[in-house]
Write a protein that binds this ligand. Sequence first.
Ligand SMILES: [Zn+2]
Length: 338
Amino acid sequence: MTELNIAHPAGRLSCWFKGRHVNPLLKEINLIWRQADIEWFVESVVEHEPATTDTSAARYVVNAKRDDHGRGDPDRIPRIYSYFNVDKHYPVIQNLYFFPFVGNTSQGFAGDPDDRVNRVSNHAAVGIWSNEYSNGGGPYRTPVGDRARADTPETSPQKRNFFQKGSLGRNCAHELCHHLRLAHPDEEKQAAFQRLMGGKRPAYSLTPNEITTARAEAMRRAKSCLSWDPESIIIQIKGHYRRSPVEEDWHQGEISGQDESGTYLWKNKAGKSWRLSLDPERLVLGTDTDNPDFNTNKTNGREFRLVLKRHSKSGHSEYRVKGFRFKTDYLERRTNGN
Ligand SMILES: [Zn+2]
């Protein structure tokens, strides 16, 4: 949005977020989402005038308070939407809005993924200023994000307790979670911490269940907005795959097949081989007890999870098989067989 005059008691909150911030932000979002092998793309960046010059809605937002249960005031949301240019909304892909201020101690909000009435199931807004971590005090400009530092080795002194509070990258990554059907953990019951979904001691992690849920919804949404041809993906499953770096013979091999029952065969350089059964809906290759690494307790010890990459050529987009993940290893597909 171009200039919108939001007068906060602490000073005027400018629309500092510009087109040049989009790429570093996208990089941050994708660093966070890499754990689920979900990659986000920018379809377009639209900067527009506020749809209304009425400042009373902004004044309402600046004064909105959370209730006694900590819930944000829902009436501020339609007022924030009143500044967006609805003609520019994309009906299918995700719409992210960068708004100066989205309410006291709030960083963002996302439309209900099941919303059919207001058609905001793919709309979310984040505050480019926030006072969440100043406990409702003076708003600060939210940093784009520094997830790269969170990826530094565990032993590094920088790493200890690293969590960049209130970054825009994490906020966007979090709001996109809501579109992919993830919910906040119950702080009384949560057993996992450092989560992207918040709760106690929040940070960047998604749980295995959250990854499964998010991937299923991401696939459903991707299918609805891009040409999705499972046949063309299935054709690409066969081929050579290699981890980098190759540290042992199990890190490279070939998928061949299918036999008459539709089963593929994996054979690694160590000469071990086992069967793979494709689940075309979830795009995973299930293994069985003939896999020496088969682990009945863990989903990620039973399946090869296919990693797709969107590929655009002369205005036409399609998905290609880029590799697969098994447990913590990622093996990339070698298109030339080398
Ligand atoms: Zn949330």
